[in-house]
Design a protein. Structure first.
Length: 146
């Protein structure tokens, strides 16, 4: 919360942006707040430090936005190779109260992982839910990492 307060103050004082939280230029990642402005990514939670666009690009492109540009869904990264991380798992506040689910069927990832931990095979779980084996593996990978 401190990062958000600091970002709000910085954006109002230095950048003259009112209502920052409604801005389509706003970006966020793990306790940090950024502003995508004039081709530069500025970390406004750190008094305007410029961030490396390339480092955050993989994370920022996994946020789906609505027609107004507001964030509505997040496809978390499930692998260390960001580019190879498929968009199988989704976090959407309108689905399952924002708990992570398999995007194709809205099955909560922890349900799949719990069944696997109880000894069921990946192929049996995939067959029961009529999903791909790779979707089950991503759900297990995500739940273990979370």
């Amino acid at each position: 919360m401190r990062a958000v307060r600091g970002a709000l103050l910085y954006s109002e004082r230095k950048l003259r942006i009112n209502r920052l939280l409604l801005s389509d230029e706003l970006r966020a990642a793990a306790g940090r707040v950024f502003l995508d402005r004039l081709g530069k990514l500025i970390e406004i939670s750190k008094d305007g430090q410029q961030a490396l666009r390339e480092v955050l690009a993989a994370h920022l492109e996994r946020v789906a936005r609505d027609v107004q540009g507001l964030p509505e869904r997040l496809f978390p990264i499930t692998r260390t190779d960001f580019a190879g991380s498929p968009k199988v798992i989704v976090i959407d506040p309108r689905i399952s109260f924002g708990k992570p689910v398999i995007a194709s069927k809205a099955i909560q990832t922890h349900v799949v992982a719990d069944r696997f931990a109880a000894g069921e095979s990946v192929s049996d779980i995939a067959s029961d839910y009529d999903i791909e084996v790779s979707d089950v593996e991503e759900a297990i990978r995500y739940t273990r990492a979370a």
